[in-house]
Design a protein around this ligand. Structure first.
Ligand code: NI
Length: 185
């Protein structure tokens, strides 16, 4: 099922999300819905707060990039209660967007290498060192679980530049090709 994506201005996007336990009701269905919603919106990642749930659940899907990056063929993974244990490598700047901020694309600096710990959809724990694009997507998505958005990383000047777009969202007048739940809609 495709769920509406909560846009900038929705309080849930600014909440500290909660860990979940294996008895979380309907987790399998929730993950299916998150993958469907992410794919329909052409997103590479989706965090549960973006569909209105303040829980620490993220889906990442990178298959669309597999033509250039064969290692991402059929890459569809769920990350539950993820924690970034360490960051290293150099800070790399790259354009990012977010399904909750339609029409906003800005360069964000992030660490190129991270060490993460998370549970998969079967609540099996994994610890991995991740680099490159996936490390960036993870940092972006895991930020959502702490109520943080990619625009929080921008300079005061860049924030000023996108103010008009943010105000449009706060009025519930953003446009996108996917279903949204805007502040006043
Ligand atoms: Ni996002």
């Amino acid at each position: 099922m495709i769920l509406p994506i909560y846009t900038y201005g929705q309080a849930v996007l600014r909440k500290e999300a909660e860990d979940i336990t294996p008895d979380y009701p309907g987790l399998k269905e929730l993950l299916e819905n998150m993958f469907d919603t992410m794919e329909r919106a052409d997103g590479v990642g989706l965090a549960a707060p973006q569909i209105g749930l303040p829980i620490r659940v993220v889906t990442i899907g990178l298959d669309a990039l597999s033509e250039d990056f064969p290692e991402f063929k059929d890459f569809n993974k769920a990350y539950i209660n993820p924690v970034i244990l360490e960051t290293s490598g150099e800070e790399v700047s790259m354009d990012e967007g977010c399904l909750s901020l339609p029409g906003v694309h800005e360069a964000v600096k992030r660490c190129s290498v991270i060490k993460v710990k998370y549970l998969d959809e079967n609540f099996v724990e994994h610890e991995e060192v991740v680099e490159g694009f996936l490390a960036r997507v993870m940092q972006h998505e895991f930020d959502h679980l702490d109520g943080k958005l990619f625009i929080d990383h921008l300079s005061t000047m860049r924030k000023q530049m996108i103010k008009g777009k943010l105000n449009t969202m706060l009025k519930g007048k953003a446009r996108s090709s996917y279903k949204m739940k805007q502040v006043k809609s």
